[in-house]
Write a protein that binds this ligand. Structure first.
Ligand code: G6P
Length: 490
């Protein structure tokens, strides 16, 4: 197989004007059509864009990413003070790079092989071709000495390609999902190339200290790198100068200000009340909010809930579970199968326990705007986060941020990154169905004083660590690592 290398003879004149460039698989905008049929772009709700937009505006910033439409090539455009550079993906690349290598190889491998990862050479070829295209797009717009921040597992080869194309750049990488242990990463046929790809960055950020430690162990084991105080030193291919990259945990967070603002808005509060009324004002509302993904432990949660109804610990007259499952990666086989399984479970549980007045599970296979999400958080007495593996889980942090009166109980899987920070949550091992059932019952019956104590403690943590602080910390550490000349050791 011929590995494509970047063309490093690019003339200097090809450099662009942007001194801060973010690159992610998706651009942070969604296509919208107004009432007159005119198409435009709307900034997507995520925390990442909220955190980075002010940095973009303060500097001369550009965002490079795919605009979401297969087979379509678009010119760069501006949106709300951000310069956006769309990277095209053909239909075939969406299948091989995005659905294939990113979401059927890396995603399951990095999430503890909950689903079996598939390894196909054609997928890998597409992955590095597409990564090279993203790298070239960044190299063409970044100014001399610019800072580039590469996001997530879809783009792990971009740091190295960029380093080769543009040695003048300061390069950061952040992995939003877990990084597996060497025992699991060992399965990856292209493990060395991926590690070398990441090591093109001056700073590599992870969610948890354990992800960071896994990565460092992988570089030692599979590249023979020397690791000292979270710095990885590697001989370059020529055997000459050594390069050093730093790896650190930076647990991501949410736009706390925005969530709190919505949580006190009268229309959002009224909507929360309406939701309770629509459900017949049950004593307890439980809530699950996830992308419909097998890492989220939705079936474990439903199993526990069904058993609680079956053994009478919960009654359909008193409790209602709202499960929002937003559609995701629907053309990938494992996601199709999961949907069938969840649809079937919900159907069986509702068929068995529904009455004319009450529904056991209100199952919503939709995405909702953030206003509706906050209304749901306000309506819910108990939030259920039962992921089998999750890089962070921002839903848990959003629930905490929205509970401005410090009421409500959070059941949180110990396999989420958020469990490191939300120590006062009711933590569970979602594989232990009996333990999960006991914890759900405990959450439903938690005294006002205990839930208040736990929620206040979690709120202190979340309010003090918003996503703006996360991006400031990362970028400050990146600037420091690059300024120390860590990138090029003699
Ligand atoms: C996770 C990943 C993101 C990804 C998102 C949605 O949060 O870390 O990189 O964008 O899921 O998945 P999608 O495949 O629709 O982009």
């Amino acid at each position: 197989m011929q590995i494509v290398r970047p063309n490093v003879d690019r003339p200097l004149a090809a450099r662009g004007p942007y001194d801060f460039v973010v690159v992610s698989n998706r651009l942070p905008v969604d296509r919208v059509t107004d009432d007159d049929g005119v198409q435009g772009w709307r900034r997507s709700p995520g925390g990442l864009v909220t955190a980075l937009a002010p940095v973009m505006e303060g500097h001369d910033g550009a965002w490079v990413g795919w605009h979401g439409a297969p087979g379509e090539t678009l010119e760069p455009f501006d949106n709300q003070n951000m310069h956006l550079v769309p990277v095209p993906l053909s239909e075939e690349e969406v299948e091989l790079y995005y659905e294939g290598f990113a979401n059927s190889t890396l995603w399951p491998l990095y999430h503890d092989v909950i689903a079996p990862p598939e390894f196909h050479r054609t997928w890998w070829d597409a992955y590095h071709q597409v990564n090279l295209r993203f790298g070239e797009a960044v190299a063409a717009v970044a100014a001399e000495g610019a800072t580039v921040w590469v996001q997530d597992y879809q783009l792990q080869l971009v740091p190295q390609y960029l380093r080769e194309l543009r040695p003048d750049l300061v390069i950061g990488f952040f992995n939003h999902i877990p990084f597996p242990s060497p025992e699991i990463f060992a399965q990856m046929p292209w493990r060395q190339s991926i590690l070398e790809g990441l090591l093109g960055a001056d700073l590599i950020g992870f969610q948890r200290p354990s992800d960071t430690a896994n990565f460092l162990r992988c570089t030692r084991r599979f590249l023979g790198a020397t690791v000292k105080a979270r710095h990885v030193n590697l001989e370059t291919a020529s055997g000459g100068a050594r390069r050093s990259s730093r790896a650190e945990p930076f647990p991501i967070s949410i736009d706390v200000g925005r969530i709190q603002e919505l949580a006190v808005r009268p229309d959002v509060i009224a909507r929360a009340k309406q939701i309770r009324e629509d459900l017949g004002n049950p004593k307890t509302i439980l809530l699950g909010v996830d992308r419909l993904d097998y890492t989220k432990g939705i079936t474990h949660r439903l199993k526990a809930y069904g058993e609680l109804l079956h053994d009478g610990s919960l009654k359909v007259e008193d409790a209602a579970l709202i499960q929002v499952a937003s559609p995701s990666r629907e053309r990938v086989e494992s996601y199709r199968l999961l949907r069938e399984e969840v649809d079937g479970m919900v159907g069986r549980i509702n068929g068995q326990f529904d009455t004319m007045q009450n529904t056991a599970i209100r199952y919503l296979h939709h995405s909702y705007p953030v206003e509706e999400m906050v209304a749901l958080y306000l309506a819910a007495d108990v939030m259920l986060v039962t992921a089998l593996r999750d890089g962070m889980n921002l839903v848990a942090k959003e629930y905490v941020a929205s509970r401005v009166d410090s009421t409500g109980a959070l059941v949180l899987s110990e396999f989420t990154g958020a469990a490191d920070q939300l120590k006062a949550a009711l933590q569970v091992n979602p594989h232990d169905i009996d333990g999960l059932k006991e914890t759900i019952v405990k959450a439903v019956n938690l005294s006002r004083s205990e839930s208040g104590r736990r929620m206040r403690s979690m709120r202190r943590q979340v309010l003090d660590h918003d996503v703006q602080r996360w991006s400031r910390d990362f970028l400050a550490t990146l600037a420091q690592s690059a300024a120390k000349g860590g990138a090029h050791l003699p």
